[in-house]
Design a protein around this ligand. Structure first.
Ligand SMILES: [Zn+2]
Length: 170
């Protein structure tokens, strides 16, 4: 996607520089807990993740890849703090930084906007370890229908498949 100068101006009006040098997103946030930026195209608004938009605006094409953070601040949209990785690289990075050492534990301390994503990771992890849907649902405190959807990748598919997650965390 290409961006107009008015897109860029509007984008830059929604950031705040932090002490750590991050450009923290001040605009809307999506259900996955990432900044969200609406782009007007062809009479419609397209919502995109703000850090993805930043990568595309200032660094280049990100198609088919994950835009990851070196600073571990999910609201940060500073181009220098963003790198392009595959899903596997993103997960490995999260593991290395201790963000995912035990996906189940992460669920309990994550509050608010990041909680759904943490739950999805935990569900994938447990399924990958061979837990069945019923046991996983009860343990994480979500419905069986939701676990099923996560299992087949209907939702949270971008987080990876159960088996991948387990092998990366092993
Ligand atoms: Zn940053």
């Amino acid at each position: 996607m290409t961006y107009s100068s008015s897109d860029i101006t509007r984008f830059l009006s929604k950031i705040k520089l932090t002490d750590k040098g991050c450009w923290e997103w001040q605009g809307g946030v999506n259900t996955a807990g990432y900044g969200q930026f609406a782009i007007h195209r062809g009479g419609k608004f397209i919502n995109k993740q703000a850090h993805r938009v930043s990568y595309e605006m200032f660094k280049g094409d990100a198609a088919g890849k994950n835009v990851c953070h070196t600073c571990d601040n999910r609201y940060c949209v500073r181009p220098e703090h963003l790198w392009l990785g595959t899903q596997a690289e993103n997960i490995r990075d999260a593991v290395a930084k201790g963000r995912l050492s035990n996906p189940v534990k992460t669920v309990w301390y994550r509050k608010g906007r990041g909680r759904d994503e943490a739950r999805a990771y935990a569900v994938l992890w447990l399924l990958g370890k061979g837990w069945n849907i019923k046991k996983t649902a009860r343990y994480i405190g979500v419905s069986r229908a939701l676990v099923k959807k996560i299992k087949i990748g209907e939702i949270w598919g971008h987080l990876g498949r159960p088996a991948t997650l387990v092998s990366l965390l092993a």
